[in-house]
Design a protein around this ligand. Structure first.
Ligand code: ZN
Ligand code: ZN
Length: 254
């Protein structure tokens, strides 16, 4: 299972179908693709893939990088998509104060509005945070108390992970978990319960070791390497880890 892959992006122009074929062949049970409503053709491409692949699920939202383009109309669009059962989650949304590609205040506004909307629609949130974990936590607590969701591509510390678990969220790890320098993140993963974990690629980014530097882009089949690393940290077999994360995935996104 790959809980987060951007297969709508131009890196997959030309071989999307083959990328999916390889993923299913590698044994992935499901892939979730988060579309961005402010990026041209992101939603069309995602829904086009979903129409052809029953195991591909879609989410939609406005990414913190795109927050300057967020408009109230996007909330109405999300509501229509949710009511039609087209999307299983709202996201990715959040705060990214590392890249700051949108002004911080636009990011806060877009995140608050979408966090509240997810609560109203009964959809789980897919949250992206970078150097903004505490503030993201406060916003979720204020705008979406009792909500569910995932902290995707987790890179924050144990304290935030624990708080998010308490709110009812799960934690998803990407290829970063396999990077040599990520020892403190692996320590966080060791402490998290198996029934609150997901794995993802965040394709086309963050190719895991040992493929890192050897392939031109990440793709969903490499999620197996993230799962292998996580299984070793949790001291369970790869099969057991895959079984648990797939169950966690369907519990959240159904
Ligand atoms: Zn992200
Ligand atoms: Zn992403």
């Amino acid at each position: 299972m790959d809980s987060h892959a951007h297969l709508d992006m131009e890196e997959f122009e030309g071989d999307r179908e083959q990328v999916l074929e390889r993923a299913w062949k590698a044994g992935l049970a499901a892939i979730l693709c988060p579309a961005d409503l402010t990026v041209e053709h992101s939603l069309d491409k995602t829904l086009g893939l979903k129409a052809k692949s029953p195991s591909l699920l879609a989410a939609a939202g406005v990414h913190p990088h795109q927050a300057a383009h967020f408009r109230p109309e996007h909330l109405a669009q999300l509501k229509r998509l949710a009511e039609a059962g087209t999307i299983v989650a709202l996201g990715e949304v959040g705060l990214d104060f590392h890249y700051n590609l949108s002004p911080a205040d636009s990011q806060r506004l877009a995140f608050r509005a979408q966090a509240a909307a997810a609560g109203e629609m009964g959809l789980p949130l897919i949250i992206h945070t970078r150097q903004a974990g505490r503030e993201a936590f406060d916003i979720v607590q204020e705008e979406n108390p009792g909500g569910r969701g995932v902290m995707h591509c987790y890179t924050e510390d144990w304290d935030l992970a624990r708080r998010m678990l308490d709110l009812g969220f799960v934690i998803s790890f990407s290829g970063i978990l396999t990077f040599p320098k990520a020892e403190s993140l692996r320590e966080v993963a060791r402490r998290l319960p198996l029934d609150r974990l997901l794995v993802e690629t965040d394709s086309p980014f963050l190719t895991p070791v040992p493929f890192r530097g050897r392939v031109k882009r990440n793709e969903p089949r490499y999620v197996v390497e993230v799962a292998r690393t996580l299984a070793a940290l949790k001291d369970v077999s790869l099969e057991k880890l895959a079984e648990a994360t797939t169950a966690n995935f369907y519990k959240l996104f159904s």
